[in-house]
Design a protein around this ligand. Structure first.
Ligand SMILES: [Zn+2]
Length: 312
């Protein structure tokens, strides 16, 4: 299951490939599960939209979209010589094509020209940028045809992934962004919570996108046992934990940088980069600091790994 660093890496890879492209048409499969918004709304939102940005919010990949009139007015970005030519062609075709009231945003505020396409990869979801002639993988649920001639495809064998759209750019994932949160906000998240710190770290309503592996690794670096009640942890220890969470996530993202292109293009189970785990998945193996055997316990159905000597 892709965790925050993987999603960040994928979002960055997609941003490089598709920012500035325009969605010309959309094909959606028959399976209902991947569609969190109605198919007709997803198609209407995406078609003829300009991809202004691709970014990660929690474990979601968010495509910021702008509608026709917005990109007509936009000056071509100097960094993208080739796509600037391409875009000027689109401007012509946009002018001659009929625009429905919904697409033109008639009667709506100008800010309604913004929208978002939100992708959650679930367990096995993948986004591929490929040439139209490349074979369509089994379990493909969406194909976006781009004005650059390429296609952006969503493939998901187990169908836990979700596609949705939000109008006017109002998508807001729950929780705070772990890489951006400051200490005061972080302290407030755990104040008075009697749940184990591990569960609190995994609670998506508190922090966006910290998964099981990264929670274990962060707790090890901060010297905190996963079962410690959040409310009993001192301010200094929480400050250390925040540093650890950011460190672990940033290291994993940095490792991901080199494998971006392989992953986005991949149509198989190619291995993702991996952070050198210090505790996760190392039950019984010696702690890298003190040599004590790493312990594994289960908290709320999830495996937790820790060093009984280094973590208190
Ligand atoms: Zn140890």
């Amino acid at each position: 299951m892709p965790e925050l660093p993987e999603v960040e890496t994928i979002a960055r890879g997609l941003a490089k490939r598709v920012t500035g492209d325009v969605v010309e048409s959309v094909w959606l499969g028959q399976k209902k599960e991947p569609l969190k918004s109605p198919a007709s709304e997803i198609a209407a939102t995406l078609e003829r939209s300009w991809i202004a940005a691709v970014r990660r919010m929690g474990k979601h990949i968010v495509f910021d979209l702008e509608r026709d009139q917005v990109y007509v007015a936009r000056a071509p970005s100097p960094a993208r010589g080739r796509s600037a030519d391409r875009r000027s062609n689109e401007i012509v075709s946009t002018r001659v094509s009929p625009i429905t009231p919904a697409q033109a945003g008639v009667g709506a505020r100008p800010t309604c020209n913004k929208a978002q396409w939100i992708v959650h990869l679930g367990m096995t979801g993948r986004l591929q940028v490929c040439e139209p002639q490349s074979e369509v993988a089994k379990h493909t649920h969406a194909i976006l045809r781009l004005s650059s001639g390429r296609e952006l495809r969503f493939v998901d064998p187990r169908r836990f992934g979700r596609l949705s759209v939000a109008q006017a750019g109002d998508f807001d994932a729950a929780g705070v962004e772990p890489l951006e949160v400051d200490l005061d906000r972080f302290l407030a998240l755990f104040r008075g919570r009697k749940t184990p710190i591990k569960s609190a770290l995994l609670n998506q309503k508190l922090l966006r996108g910290v998964g099981n592996i990264y929670a274990d690794e962060s707790l090890f670096r901060a010297g905190l046992r996963p079962r410690r009640r959040a409310s009993t942890i001192t301010r200094d220890q929480l400050a250390k934990l925040l540093v650890a969470v950011k460190e672990v996530l940033k290291e994993a993202i940095a490792l991901g940088g080199s494998s971006i292109s392989d992953y986005v293009n991949s149509d198989g189970e190619e291995g993702f980069f991996q952070l050198q785990h210090r505790v996760y998945g190392r039950e019984g193996e010696p702690c890298l600091v003190c040599k004590a055997p790493i312990k594994r316990i289960v908290i709320a159905g999830r495996s937790s790994h820790y060093c009984p000597r280094c973590q208190k």
